[in-house]
Ligand binder design. Structure first.
Ligand SMILES: [Zn+2]
Length: 430
């Protein structure tokens, strides 16, 4: 697998159909992969009408050998964060001061934030040690209040970017990597419109729809996963032409000059071996941190954090609202004979999102679908000892899950899963 990062800039205002949470509130403020792949496909059709290019179209857009991403807001107050660093949804376990939310060390003129931390390990202690453990309870209680002011701690949602370089906290000498939260709300507004009946042209009662409007100059970031590496030259050439020459139009109002975008691409040159070594290191660091908490539990701990919404069906084609042990083993890790592995879900922080039904690549409607939302977190404990074939198998299968993704519509950006995300190791206020 090879990765190509996309940095996209809105050259004119851009409007996207917004998704709804089941309660009716619009949720996301990003460019869904469904929208992005549809816009690219439209440009490809326009640029290349020759019959021999039809095969290329199919291989780039229909064969699911290329997974296009959701593009997340990428404007940050901290100008020291490189423009090519990844942007992710904040996990549902992230918490910050209610009165002064945000990352403490982000370097900008008016930063009065009190910091962000992750609560997953607090919940792990509570689950493993039980509600009778004074230690586990005090960890949860201690983190209900901001350490810098009397305000309470609250869940923090949005998107963040992390620097590769390490800084040192001047107060206590701890090393950390700086992070910042995207400023999407300053560049977006939500429009609620009434639906118009197509036949009569009259206002249709009860039909409301939301549109997210991004202002000109808004930037986004995402990464394309390419599984058939033979497609790389054709894909790169097409993306460069379409991106630099601002041929791509995204969202609605395109005939009125809206949704004009430019983008730059950057290929990741790392080999799969290198990804795997970094992966194993990240998982070990998380498990080691868990066991450093004096938990008297020898199991191996790992977390799954959704970097994009995940659509999973059960055997009756109903939507799954969680990842339980069987779902993980059968549908995500494809573990054939799973009697030999003992797995337990310890904790979850999850929400469901209704995805708007629209097939952008063909411009046709489709059924609404329900996805487990980006940022959802699932914690598992597994009975495997170090150095056993089962442990090696588990690591290999978790790595494949992270590389390949899971569930339906992966070519449109769904189903990106990160195992033991570095963010869950951030227990201090950063
Ligand atoms: Zn505070």
């Amino acid at each position: 697998m090879k990765q190509i990062a996309i940095q996209l800039t809105a050259e004119s205002p851009l409007t996207i159909r917004a998704d709804h949470a089941p309660g009716g509130a619009a949720t996301a403020s990003y460019i869904p992969g469904t929208t992005f792949i549809g816009s690219l496909a439209a440009v490809h059709r326009m640029l290349y009408s020759e019959p021999e290019k039809r095969e290329e179209f199919e291989r780039l857009f229909l064969h699911e050998q290329i997974h296009y991403p959701d593009l997340y807001p990428a404007i940050f107050a901290d100008k020291k964060l490189g423009r090519n660093l990844p942007v992710y949804s904040l996990p549902k376990t992230a918490q910050s001061c209610k009165r002064h939310p945000g990352f403490r060390f982000a370097e900008s003129e008016e930063n009065d934030a009190h910091g962000v931390r992750d609560s997953l390990i607090d919940w792990l202690l509570f689950s493993v040690k039980g509600s009778k453990s004074a230690e586990a309870l005090s960890a949860l209680i201690e983190h209900k209040k901001c350490p810098s002011c009397p305000a309470t701690m609250d869940h923090l949602s949005g998107y963040y970017r992390r620097s590769h370089s390490v800084s040192v906290d001047p107060l206590d000498g701890y090393e950390f990597s700086r992070m910042d939260k995207a400023l999407e709300s300053e560049y977006t507004r939500l429009q609620t419109r009434t639906g118009i009946d197509r036949d009569s042209g009259t206002v249709q009662e009860g039909i409301l729809y939301n549109r997210m409007v991004f202002e000109e100059g808004m930037r986004f970031w995402g990464v394309i996963n390419v599984y058939d590496e033979e497609l790389l030259p054709a894909l790169t050439e097409f993306l460069e032409e379409a991106g630099y020459q601002s041929l791509v139009r995204i969202g609605t109002g395109r005939t009125r000059g809206m949704g004009k975008v430019t983008f730059e691409i950057k290929a990741d040159k790392r080999a799969e071996k290198q990804y795997f070594a970094e992966f194993v290191e990240r998982l070990s660091a998380f498990d080691l941190l868990v066991h450093a908490q004096n938990i008297q539990d020898s199991r191996y701990f790992f977390a799954l954090t959704l970097h994009s919404p995940l659509i999973l069906y059960d055997e009756f084609l109903r939507y799954r609202g969680t990842i339980d042990e069987q779902t993980l083993l059968q549908d995500m890790l494809h573990w054939g004979n799973n009697q030999d592995i003992k797995l337990k879900q310890i904790y979850q922080a999850v929400s469901i999102r209704r995805m708007t039904g629209w097939q952008e690549i063909w411009g046709t409607p489709r059924m609404n679908e329900y996805a487990i939302d980006a940022g959802s977190v699932f914690l598992f404990a597994c009975d495997v000892a170090d150095g056993t074939p089962e442990k090696a198998m588990l690591l290999r299968k978790l790595f494949e899950l992270e590389m390949q993704g899971a569930g339906a519509r992966r070519a449109e950006g769904f189903g990106r899963v990160c195992v033991s995300d570095q963010f869950h190791r951030e227990r201090r206020m950063l």
